[in-house]
Ligand binder design. Structure first.
Ligand code: SF4
Length: 332
């Protein structure tokens, strides 16, 4: 199989994604895309943003496809539990991976200038503030770490407007690049990691080398890099959460491989499995429109993997620990 050279791709994408002189970032235009048709999110800000509402956490994996009413542990992103959480997301227009299940149209993740627009942090924060009743600002993609300065500039803008500690900032990361250390200096890293009401979610794209490659289209050797990067973030004191996607072809050693995956997480921190949220992959519009291959088996198989994960979780933790809110699990 021919894999993407994701490091080379990242380098090329970064050049088009950022204008360092003007401190601007290329944000994807989502109007008239497949992504716009998905019902779990609503495009706004003239197509340059979208709103996510979190109430029943329908994209968290549950025990069974059929049991849609099963209680799910919320991920509150620093907000209180009593209301529906609303997040304003902005998507950087590039990603160096090519997950078959990606919810973003290909044209919106290859840094095409004609399918996006450059925005400063001030313009993005301005758009965010113009939307009513939003609790969370979500910097997503794409792969936000292709331009780690983006997070810094947004934080500086929030500071400038006296909004430190008033707005929750959520950042996604596919754990593929070390640009956070490559392009930021020590002072900037410290400023980001200490910024209050701010978390980063690192997404493990599979539970072993084979599922990782199947999902991302990149070489299996990059699977370990995801753990190495996550470890570095924890070491820096970043408030980290983990996502994992469980889609795969088939796995005759599933229980063993899930054990090994949990061992790997626990090598980073004993509690990390408790802060790891299995995500449900659904047939997003962008997937339906672009994929020739039939991935329906992988969509079903993820529930089997989830059962193995749950069994292993109960082998290693008691139910009191498992029921603790994600926010209360310490990785310190
Ligand atoms: S890492 Fe995220 S944005 Fe990139 S291809 Fe995969 S799902 Fe899409």
């Amino acid at each position: 199989m021919k894999y993407i050279d994701s490091d080379k791709l990242a380098k090329g994408l970064r050049k088009r994604l950022v204008n360092l002189n003007d401190k601007k970032v290329l944000i994807a235009q989502l109007l008239e895309t497949e992504e716009e048709k998905d019902s779990y999110t609503k495009v706004n800000c003239h197509g340059f943003g979208r709103i996510r509402s979190f109430s029943n956490y329908s994209l968290h994996l549950r025990n069974s496809q059929k049991n849609k009413n099963e209680q799910i542990k919320p991920l509150l992103r620093g907000c209180d539990n009593s209301k529906v959480l609303l997040a304003q997301a902005f998507q950087i227009a590039g990603c160096n991976w090519n997950c078959w299940y990606c919810f973003v149209d290909m044209s919106r993740r290859i840094a095409q200038i004609k399918n996006g627009e450059y925005f400063s942090a001030s313009e993005l924060v301005g758009m965010f503030l113009a939307v009513e009743d939003i609790n969370i600002l979500d910097l997503t993609g794409g792969q936000p770490d292709l331009v780690p300065e983006w997070i810094l500039w947004v934080m500086e803008e929030l500071d400038k407007r006296n909004l430190r500690n008033k707005i929750f900032l959520w950042v996604d990361d596919n754990l593929s690049t070390d640009y956070f250390w490559k392009y930021l200096n020590d002072g900037q890293i410290e400023y980001i990691t200490k910024f209050p009401k701010h978390s980063r979610a690192g997404c493990f794209k599979g539970y072993d080398e084979s599922s990782f490659s199947f999902n991302t289209g990149v070489s299996s050797r990059l699977f370990q890099r995801q753990f190495d990067l996550f470890k570095r973030f924890i070491k820096e004191g970043m408030d980290m959460y983990a996502y994992v996607t469980f889609t795969n072809k088939e796995d005759i050693h599933l229980d063993r491989n899930i054990k090994l995956f949990m061992d790997r997480l626990q090598r980073l921190h004993h509690n990390l499995p408790l802060r790891t949220i299995p995500l449900k992959i659904v047939s997003f519009s962008a997937v339906r429109s672009s994929n020739q291959e039939n991935f329906s088996h992988a969509l079903t198989f993820q529930f089997e993997v989830y059962s193995a994960w749950q069994n292993e979780l109960y082998n290693r933790f008691d139910s009191r620990e498992i029921d603790l809110p994600y926010e209360k699990i310490s990785l310190a």
